[in-house]
Design a protein around this ligand. Structure first.
Ligand code: DAH
Length: 328
């Protein structure tokens, strides 16, 4: 009867209650043992032996049943938590790099392969790094070229990656060979401008007379051939406050191969970057003496648009999955 009680338990919890009922201080066995005192002397021994056998027997049945229940509960738990790793996932929703990041990576790969270090700077800049040290003193008309977002206390959202040149030169001694990829901000919005876009800045500084325009020209040409393949490259005199002389670099139009079309405004050329020989005022601002250097800067979105023939810059930031799906 007691044995049945054990085997009726359906869980460890129920079994624990049975254990107390049988083996507890006030349990069934205890009350059997209590009868021992009323058994007449000569029969006591046999009676006690019978009780002990009975108890040992029950204990054995209990222990075995306990092990059985425990194993069952663990099996149940394992089954409930099981994950079928062989199930097929949704194979249609693979992610991919955004075309801007993919283009950025391609640009970075080129310069890293030539031993350029990658430098970084804050997106909220101060006037000194974004303008002053780059030979853009207060009230200089060239500040107008940059439609600046102003923050509190004279801070600005950096309008270009050029301030990273200044930060790097202030922290390191020449020689320097660096690029600075990152987001920049300007108050502008139309088919070729967005308020946030990405640039890659470059700076090379060596001893006096070591770095010249010929070096700049050859590396820019090689870089543009790496990016765009078999195009013509043209250097046009231009102006940037932080370089002198300065140049803007064009490639022959990749849409019409130089014949003239809407994209190149019928000139046959597409402007792709700015560069020049670092102005001595910039070296003065970071207290570099007896050095020479070149710098360059380019817009990553413009490269991405040209490489993928994307007609409107804003498409890159609208997050329309129909555009992004084409880059998987
Ligand atoms: N900072 C310039 C811009 O935002 C780009 C640039 C031009 C960077 C010439 C340079 C440079 O380092 O030499 O338009």
């Amino acid at each position: 009867m007691l044995e049945e009680k054990i085997k009726k338990s359906e869980s460890l919890e129920e079994l624990e209650k049975v254990r107390i009922e049988l083996f507890g201080k006030k349990g069934a066995l205890a009350s059997e043992f209590a009868k021992l005192k009323d058994v007449p002397g000569p029969e006591k021994k046999a009676f006690a032996e019978g009780l002990n056998r009975n108890k040992a027997n029950l204990q054995k049945i209990f222990d075995e049943y306990y092990e059985k229940l425990k194993k069952e509960e663990i099996d149940k738990l394992l089954q409930a938590e099981a994950i079928d790793v062989s199930l097929y996932g949704d194979l249609d929703t693979k992610g991919a790099l955004h075309p801007v990041m993919e283009t950025m990576d391609k640009i970075i790969d080129y310069f890293v392969s030539l031993n350029f270090a990658i430098e970084d700077g804050p997106k909220i800049e101060d006037d000194f790094h974004n303008f002053e040290a780059l030979n853009l003193p207060k009230n200089h008309p060239a500040r107008e070229m940059q439609d600046t977002f102003f923050c509190k206390d004279g801070a600005v959202l950096r309008t270009h990656t050029s301030p990273v040149q200044i930060r790097t030169m202030l922290q390191q001694k020449p020689p320097i060979r660096m690029i600075a990829p990152g987001a920049v901000f300007r108050k502008d919005y139309d088919i070729t401008h967005t308020p946030m876009f990405h640039q890659v800045e470059g700076l090379v500084v060596g001893g006096k007379g070591e770095v010249n325009f010929a070096n700049l020209k050859s590396i820019m040409s090689d870089f543009l051939h790496y990016m765009f393949g078999d195009v013509e490259v043209r250097f046009r005199p231009s102006f940037f406050p932080f370089t002198e002389p300065s140049a803007e670099v064009d490639i022959s139009c990749i849409f019409c191969e130089g014949d003239g079309c809407r994209v190149c405004s019928h000139t046959g050329w597409l402007e792709v970057l700015g560069c020049g020989i670092v102005d001595s005022n910039v070296f003065d601002a970071v207290e570099y003496k007896d050095v020479s250097g070149y710098a360059f800067g380019l817009g990553v979105e413009r490269f991405a648009m040209l490489l993928h023939k994307i007609p409107d810059l804003r498409m890159l930031f609208e997050g329309d999955t129909r555009l992004l799906e084409q880059f998987r």
